[in-house]
Design a protein around this ligand. Structure first.
Ligand code: GLY
Length: 397
């Protein structure tokens, strides 16, 4: 399919260089990291669950897809402040990853990369501890052995349900799990990791990204043959809609994949996906949970998607030529999205919540954490602030 044809419906909205006032950015960094410093005493090395209830985290074990980003948020706070307390806190969580890896707790879905990449792979970079590296390569082997379908060339949603319609699917979220394969390839030279990641990218382009740059959340395959069946949703509004956060994993996942593969076809694809997202932003630049909703309404919002989109655009800007139209758009839009989150979602004075940003929705159709806080909201706020202030920052993904 020819990609790179999607145009901005309102180019004026993202025209020209836009900068967030330096004081606003520095205040946001201070506010977020000061809050994390207080919170780490309260968190006491337990992990926030996948969602929050009434803006409170229920603290528990390291067992779902979000905990890697909780640890990663501590590492970002360390890098932003230089305060070793954050690094020590993250290091103290390592044992829970070793235990989780040994027991394979909560590692039977596509989300293995979300668990190990922003936490343990990032910690390996700081510590150079070979034991961490060994575990992360083992995690990539596990993902490959148990979740990657050789027959179909894609990563299954779930091992447990791989033999039925609920599990024999692949999804947008997986774009942020394949960096684990890319990293494992770099560490081991084992070609199977690179081939699997490339195949996942090709399947995503072919079946999940529609001609107009929108995306299905899931794509189902035949349980026997693994031949393609149809696209559908899980966390979005409708099968033919575009779930905002799933789409954001593409806005970020494609440029990350480009850095590892240098596949030029990913760039126009990324532009289509990103322009689709920018064309569906409400006036305040905080998207609703599904791009079916653009006009002001009471639907759930997802500020985490605004942050993930900002990070994806800032990543892509690094290797686009200066005269590329989209480079200027990404500069402007990434700053506006980050600023919208700072302005609307970090009101710690007036609202008592456990996270760093509110207005994050885990799953509107399942009534899970509507306009609340989550570990991925926390992580991507800090990552966006880091990227904005340190364009040469080395990403964890
Ligand atoms: N599992 C990824 C997400 O909910 O965004």
């Amino acid at each position: 399919m020819v990609r790179g044809n999607i145009k901005l419906t309102n180019p004026e909205r993202f025209a020209g260089k836009y900068e967030i006032p330096a004081e606003k950015i520095q205040n946001a960094i201070k506010k977020a990291t000061d809050k994390w410093l207080v919170k780490l005493e309260q968190f006491n090395n337990k992990f926030p669950g996948t969602t929050s209830k009434e803006d409170r985290y229920e603290m528990g074990e390291n067992s779902s897809w979000t905990q890697g980003m909780h640890t990663g948020s501590m590492l970002l706070a360390y890098e932003l402040t230089g305060n070793e307390k954050f690094l020590d806190y993250a290091k103290a969580q390592l044992d829970s990853y070793y235990e989780r890896y040994e027991t394979r707790t909560g590692l039977w879905s596509h989300d293995v990369g979300f668990v190990f990449t922003p936490s343990c792979i990032a910690l390996y970079r700081f510590t150079k501890d070979e034991k961490i590296k060994e575990m992360c390569i083992g995690a990539a082997e596990h993902l490959y052995e148990h979740l990657y379908s050789q027959k179909g060339g894609f990563i299954l949603r779930s091992h447990k349900n791989k033999d039925n319609d609920a599990g024999c699917r692949t999804m947008m979220d997986t774009l942020m799990n394949i960096p684990l394969f890319f990293w494992a390839y770099e560490q081991t030279g084992d070609q199977k990791f690179m081939d699997a990641a490339k195949s996942q990218l090709a399947i995503t382009e072919k079946h999940l990204i529609r001609k107009d740059g929108s995306s299905f959340h899931h794509f189902m395959f035949d349980v026997e043959t693994h031949a393609p069946v149809r696209g559908l949703t899980f966390q979005g509004h409708a099968d033919d809609s575009t779930w905002t956060r799933g789409h954001a994993w593409g806005v970020y996942g494609f440029p990350v994949a480009y850095t590892y593969t240098k596949d030029e076809s990913l760039l126009p694809l990324h532009r289509d996906v990103t322009y689709f997202a920018l064309n569906h932003l409400p006036k305040n630049n905080i998207p609703y949970y599904d791009y079916d909703f653009v006009e002001e309404c009471d639907e759930a919002k997802d500020s985490s998607a605004a942050l993930i989109n900002a990070c994806g655009m800032m990543e892509a800007m690094k290797y686009l030529p200066d005269d590329a139209e989209e480079k200027a758009v990404y500069q402007n839009a990434s700053a506006k999205l980050l600023e919208a989150v700072i302005d609307n979602c970090m009101d710690y004075e007036n609202k008592d919540f456990d996270g760093l940003v509110n207005w994050v929705t885990c799953s509107a159709p399942h009534n899970l954490c509507i306009d609340g806080c989550t570990s991925y909201g926390d992580f991507f706020l800090l990552e966006a602030l880091m990227r904005y202030t340190h364009p040469d920052w080395k990403r964890y993904w």
